[in-house]
Ligand binder design. Structure first.
Ligand code: SAM
Length: 372
């Protein structure tokens, strides 16, 4: 009897593995086809570093009920694979964050960006193009054009994608970077293009730098992990010189969770927790906290429309994984919880952003003369 059950289990596991590899092959084929098409598309970002601005995604009333239905369907599909309430309850502290990025070192490369970008591509043209991964760095360059900085710090550099692009293009700038995850730090330190950049393992809440060390501190999709936002902001204000810029590209809550329906609030929380984020910052709250840290808001621009092509791409991939829930459950069963569950974020992010519950923004602050 035991042997029969064991054999059945082995067969099911083999099926699950085959299913995952079929999904991988389909997605890679699709990527190859899209990649070939992308070559024919003009390289917007490279040609135009001062990219146009985008309005926040408008959520028309007529669309609202259709969106709500779609979100409910997505949640129902996900429930067949995950215990969503358990995901929503999981706290995201520093050990969980480092474990998440350690576990997802290869999946990010495989399903997101082989080039090492760990952030959303900016595609203002409405179609996914890997060139868009350079979008955040190019927007920074546009900010620096009038007054080039001398010392720049990237918080949470991940695999070093942004610094690898910026460092050779700005030879007169001294670049530094910190990240919490040892595996990412070791990887970035081994990249030849980053040999001249001072990279270290550190926490954005306690930076190993003297006060007034930098003209610009920037962070791409890492500040959402801050577990004590006022403290992290005070730390950035401390290491900035008076007049220095603090620039964030990140996901935010566009609405207070208290104003959302139960399903909307669950979807928003699952998106965040399944990416090891305790809770995205609420835009207005963050602006108030930054002011208290001595940082004056210079600009606050929604890039939600520009990240939608990347969200649609992730959504398509997630749809394939959700086609046959028992197989996906089997496949996930052999993986760590952190590794598998960002499939939930991929399956929901398109909807939470298009419904205006969450957003994606570039926010720029300047440290005032009387700053912390
Ligand atoms: C989504 S990745 C973004 C990486 C990179 N900025 C990019 O654009 O590709 C987030 C990074 O934040 C780092 N991180 C999370 N919490 C941190 C903290 N408290 N201090 C420093 N880095 C942190 C993680 O280790 C991870 O590498």
């Amino acid at each position: 009897m035991g042997k029969v059950v064991g054999a059945k289990r082995l067969r099911a596991r083999a099926w699950a593995r085959r299913w995952a590899s079929v999904i991988g092959i389909v997605e890679r084929l699709a990527q190859a086809i899209r990649g070939r098409r992308a070559l024919a598309v003009p390289r917007r970002c490279a040609e135009n570093p001062c990219m146009p601005s985008f309005p926040a995604t408008a959520h028309k009333p007529a669309q609202r009920s259709a969106d709500a239905k779609r979100l409910a369907r997505r949640l129902a599909q996900l429930r067949r694979v995950f215990d969503l309430d358990a995901i929503a309850r999981q706290p995201a502290d520093a050990p969980l964050i480092t474990s998440y990025y350690h576990q997802n070192f290869h999946p990010y490369r495989r399903y997101h960006s082989a080039e090492g970008a760990m952030h959303m591509a900016l595609n203002p043209g409405g179609r996914f193009d890997r060139e868009g991964y350079l979008g955040q760095a190019q927007r920074l360059e546009a900010l620096w054009a009038a007054q080039p900085p001398a010392d720049v710090l990237e918080l949470a550099f991940g695999k070093g994608f942004n610094l690898e692009y910026l460092a050779p293009r700005w030879p007169g700038v001294r670049f530094s970077g910190i990240d919490l995850t040892p595996r990412n730090v070791r990887h970035a330190q081994s990249r030849p293009a980053l040999a001249g950049v001072a990279l270290s393992r550190a926490d954005m809440h306690a930076l190993p730098f003297e006060a007034g060390s930098f003209d610009c501190v920037f962070c791409v999709e890492g500040f959402c992990h801050a577990t004590d936002v006022p403290r992290a902001l005070a730390e950035q204000a401390r290491v900035l010189r008076p007049g220095g810029l603090f620039v964030l590209f990140d996901g935010y809550r566009e609405r207070a969770v208290e104003t959302m329906s139960a399903e909307e609030a669950l979807a928003v929380t699952v998106v965040e927790k399944s990416m090891a984020v305790d809770a995205f910052q609420h835009v207005e709250t963050l602006v108030g906290q930054a002011a208290a840290a001595g940082l004056q808001l210079v600009s606050n621009e929604s890039l939600a429309a520009a990240v939608m092509p990347n969200f649609r791409r992730l959504d398509r991939m997630a749809s394939l994984f959700l086609l046959v829930p028992p197989l996906t459950r089997r496949w996930l069963g052999g993986r760590s919880a952190e590794r598998g569950r960002n499939l939930a974020a991929a399956a929901l992010g398109r909807w939470t952003v298009s419904m205006g519950l969450q957003g994606y923004r570039e926010m720029v602050w300047r440290k005032g003369d009387g700053g912390a």
